[in-house]
Design a binder for this molecule. Structure first.
Ligand SMILES: [Zn+2]
Length: 464
């Protein structure tokens, strides 16, 4: 990688850093939040070029992580690997992933006298914000996780999102690190330098004829619907176009022999001719993809295989994304759910835990997506195969979730409907027996409520 030349800070950049840092401190002191956006807005007002100038100071450049699902987990794993490898970096780890949040996080890691001294900047960036940020920041590497149809509320169409990401990559001719198993991702920016990662085989894989909840995807060359030789979940798998012969590109970084357990997964990570056995303390195939994405990016950035393996193992999960907690000595796993593919994966992990209890909490606020019809596209039927003691449903749309479970074939007398999340949680905890695990599956704003409740109980979720 080429070193980005150091550039000095202007007087207004220095003022911006100083004032924004003061604002962030004040916001936190007054208990008004984490100060993850407003300081960025203030800094940009004082110096519109502050983001551009600060980011250009990082010696090894800027890495962006984008995609619909898994951005935070992927950048969290990547940061753990980079830390293990001895890199220093600035990272927007509070998950504020629009241009103001990114500015705020960078200003936070700077000093007003000399700016940024980190080796690199690691930015989790919202898909729509990528082209905006790319105009100000020379992004060297863009890592794309996946493109699911879960943000229709905001963007209208998947095509629009794909175009935004492509535009963001093309501004700086960034190197694109892409998931070759996702036809929506692996067909992006064919004119730019691309590097692919993918899963070779997994115990959970199905052939296309038997795949449930498989999502449609299209060939970028001829527009035909793509077919699959093997499906992992959603539209992720070994795809090909039956009409023109276009197909999944061959990956340079591969996960093979993937095995998924209730709270962890194991796979062989193949990089070139070498193979490393990896253990990941996270459930679900979607987290194997997140780990693989991070490993691919780290490898591209020159990190050793050993540091990659160690970083994967050490990774402790970020806020709300498959977090393991202990509450009053009881074991709890929290997994944010927000779309059919993610919920199906979370539920399939829970089903494998025969000592698991389950609390599903659904809200329909703006940040959750107002339309909860996606619940009907997630595979909750797998829970009905061996119904556990009790299933608790909660949140503003607890009733809808109860109906959904009834239609999934879950025995009605085992469904507890308690719309108040705090009461639902307390009830579940009080009924738990030795050796059981409570699986909590909240939508986004339920997760925020949960975070507050847990804080009052003295349990801090990471990233808070
Ligand atoms: Zn085609």
């Amino acid at each position: 990688m080429t070193e980005v030349p150091k550039s000095g800070l202007t007087a207004s950049d220095k003022a911006a850093v100083l004032v924004a840092q003061l604002a962030a401190k004040t916001i936190r002191k007054l208990g008004l939040g984490l100060g993850s956006n407003l300081p960025g807005r203030i800094a940009r007002k004082l110096s519109p070029s502050v983001l551009s100038h600060l980011s250009s100071q990082s010696a090894k450049g800027v890495v962006a992580v984008t995609g619909t699902n898994g951005k935070s987990t992927t950048s969290g794993i990547l940061s753990e690997i980079l830390r293990t490898a001895g890199f220093t970096f600035a990272h927007n780890r509070q998950g504020a992933n629009l241009v103001t949040g990114i500015t705020a996080s960078l200003v936070e890691s700077a000093t007003w006298q000399s700016g940024i001294s980190a080796d690199m900047c690691l930015f989790e960036i919202d898909e729509a914000a990528l082209p905006v940020v790319a105009k100000e920041v020379k992004i060297g590497t863009v890592l794309v996780t996946n493109l699911f149809r879960d943000q229709l509320d905001r963007f209208g169409e998947l095509d629009t999102t794909a175009k935004l990401i492509s535009a963001g990559i093309s501004v700086n001719h960034s190197v694109a690190i892409l998931n070759c198993d996702d036809p929506n991702v692996s067909q992006l920016v064919s004119d730019e330098k691309r590097f692919f990662y993918g899963i070779e085989d997994a115990a959970d894989a199905t052939d296309a004829a038997h795949a449930k909840n498989q999502e449609l995807a299209y060939c970028g060359k001829c527009g035909a619907e793509v077919a699959f030789r093997r499906v992992f979940y959603g539209q992720l798998g070994h795809w090909y176009c039956p009409s023109c012969g276009n197909e999944r590109p061959a990956p340079q970084i591969v996960a093979r022999d993937v095995e998924v357990f209730p709270t962890s997964s194991r796979f062989k990570l193949q990089i070139g001719a070498t193979e490393e056995s990896c253990v990941l303390p996270l459930p679900g195939l979607f987290n194997v993809y997140n780990a693989l994405a991070a490993a691919a990016c780290a490898h591209y950035l020159g990190v050793s295989n050993q540091a990659i393996r160690y970083g994967l193992k050490e990774y402790s999960t970020l806020f709300g994304r498959s977090e393991k907690l202990t509450i009053d000595g009881k074991s709890v796993i929290v997994q944010l759910i927000k779309n059919p593919a993610g919920a199906t994966q979370a539920v399939s992990s829970c089903v494998k835990d025969n000592r698991g209890r389950l609390l599903i909490a659904i809200n329909d606020n703006l940040a959750d997506g107002r339309d909860v019809s996606w619940l009907w596209d997630a595979d909750f039927e797998q829970l009905a195969v061996s119904p556990r003691v009790k299933l608790t449903v909660s949140g503003q749309r607890a009733e809808d979730m109860a109906v959904r479970m009834k239609y999934a074939g879950y025995p009605q007398d085992k469904i507890v409907c308690q719309p108040k999340l705090e009461q639902a949680l307390n009830q579940c905890l009080s009924e738990m027996e030795e050796g059981e695990t409570l699986w909590l599956m909240p939508t986004y704003t339920c997760l925020l409520e949960l975070q507050k409740m847990l804080k009052n109980m003295g349990v801090a979720m990471s990233c808070t």
